[in-house]
Design a protein around this ligand. Sequence first.
Ligand code: MD3
Ligand code: FE
Length: 207
Amino acid sequence: MQDITFNDHSGLRYLPEYFARASQEALLEAVRSVVAEAPLYQPAMPRTGKPFSVKMSNCGPLGWVSDIKGYRYQPLHPDTGRPWPAMPDQLKDLWSTLAPDAPPAEACLINFYQASARMGQHQDRDEDMFDAPVISVSLGDTATFRVGGTNRKDPTRSFRLNSGDVVVLGGEARLAYHGIDRVLAGTSTLLKNGGRINLTLRRVTAA
Ligand code: MD3
Ligand code: FE
């Protein structure tokens, strides 16, 4: 674990290599057991039903899902109909360390990117409250991440998210536009078959 190396005025806090390799491996094992119980599913765009290039699962009491009917949080896996698995202790600890004043996280979205996957610029606003930050953990191949401001037309900047990096989006940055432009294949040995996993922790309901 290392010190904060980037903490901007808007509330974006970047913690490169927050998790060392051994912790990344332990976290990956925890994610594998979640996905064994709650398999990655294929989300689709509201209205059009166009499939996402990213596959998803969740852990914690609520999970974020998207299908032709819309975006929402729900307690059950859309394919299996079972509750999402519990949030691993490493993620609960991460939340209490980096968001000590917030109520507990309720949702951890698991995004799985293969080499060609992308995530277009969007805001995270399906939650009932924006006081708590969003905390993101990257595992596996490096991605180029782009973040702007709270208006779609605000200038953006781009930086790389490597395996073990953590980003905390609090304050004004909580509602900033952001997305993943590309995944750089072959940049990490963490996932045997390559690809990238992003874990995003969120508080959904008002405390
Ligand atoms: C900036 N995930 O799941 S994580 C998402 O890498 C999402 O999978 C991306 O955007 C990923 O919604 C980016 C970093 C991140 C997460 C939430 C944010 C950046 C954010 C919320 C506000 C501003
Ligand atoms: Fe997002």
